[in-house]
Design a protein around this ligand. Structure first.
Ligand code: ATP
Ligand code: MG
Length: 264
């Protein structure tokens, strides 16, 4: 193989003609609580996350928006260090910890709490057993009693099998499982997905409580307006790249931007 052979594949993102100039981050002062810097990630040969950079301050809620297939879920999965998509370039820092050097279980231990779209409530286990399982290894977060104080509904249903609860209750349980661990960054993928409007209102209340608690959160939502109403900041992804980074209010105020990238 000669020196100038181009091997197509994950390591060759530069060779594919991409010349990313990552935005300047952390201009002076302390490093951000969370930062993703020039992330590139692949599902096999499919290049999906294409140079994503953003920061989050402690206690901030960030709405991560974009059309279907824009790369929102993939970005969350990359941050949580799941095997797919595989991170080939870039850095992820959470509270001074290098997540890019970690595997998913280490990132979870470092404080990442990913609540996937399907919620992954464990079948055959009660509400309480689902929470106990989340606390099986150190470091632990909230006590189960404290979780029941935040979500009395879960306390009432502690003996009920988790998967038999309503969608909204299951979403509460999924969020609670993240709280039961030592959580530093909550990643919510479409928390309103598949829920009736009345349940959406319930989850909105739940998320307002999360906000009041000062839990640093990324929320991905098709219901962009609901997410923007909750969020402090927003980024918009398009084809695996960040096309907007600013305040949530700016997106609410800018109809052209919403029309172009969110089709709302
Ligand atoms: N496991 C996979 N293997 C290959 N390609 C994938 C895989 N998962 C997602 N993709 C592709 O990656 C791109 C981004 O998908 P992703 O799920 O991150 O988008 P999204 O913004 O979350 O979309 P949605 O709003 O529909 O949830 C899409 O083109 C999708 O087809
Ligand atoms: Mg998605």
């Amino acid at each position: 193989m000669s020196d100038n052979t181009t091997i197509l594949g994950p390591d060759q993102w530069k060779a594919a003609g991409e010349h990313h100039v990552p935005p300047k981050l952390s201009k002076g002062g302390a490093p951000a609580y969370f930062s993703a810097w020039d992330l590139h990630a692949y599902y096999g040969e499919s290049y999906i996350v294409q140079g994503v950079s953003f920061e989050i301050r402690e206690g901030e809620i960030l709405a991560l928006l974009g059309r279907n297939g824009a790369g929102k879920t993939s970005t969350l999965r990359t941050i949580a260090r799941l095997d797919e998509p595989g991170l080939t370039h870039g850095e992820v820092w959470l509270d001074h910890q290098p997540l890019h050097e970690m595997k998913a279980y280490e990132a979870a231990r470092a404080g990442i709490g990913l609540v996937p779209e399907d919620r992954r409530i464990i079948q055959g286990l009660t509400v309480e057993e689902n929470l106990q399982l989340a606390q099986i290894s150190e470091p632990k977060g909230w006590s189960i009693e404290r979780i029941y104080e935040l979500f009395p509904r879960l306390g009432e249903r502690r003996k009920q099998e988790g998967t038999t609860m309503s969608g909204g209750e299951q979403q509460m349980l999924a969020i609670s499982r993240a709280l039961a661990r030592d959580l530093k960054l909550l990643l919510l993928d479409e928390p309103y997905e598949g829920l009736a409007p009345v349940i959406v209102q319930e989850i909105e209340k739940t998320l307002a409580q999360i906000k009041d608690l000062g839990i640093t959160t990324v929320i991905v939502e098709q219901n962009a307006i609901a997410a923007l109403n909750l969020a402090d900041r927003a980024i918009i992804l398009d084809m695996g790249q960040v096309v907007f980074d600013g305040s949530a209010q700016e997106v609410l105020d800018n109809a052209d931007l919403r029309q172009e990238y969110l089709a709302i």
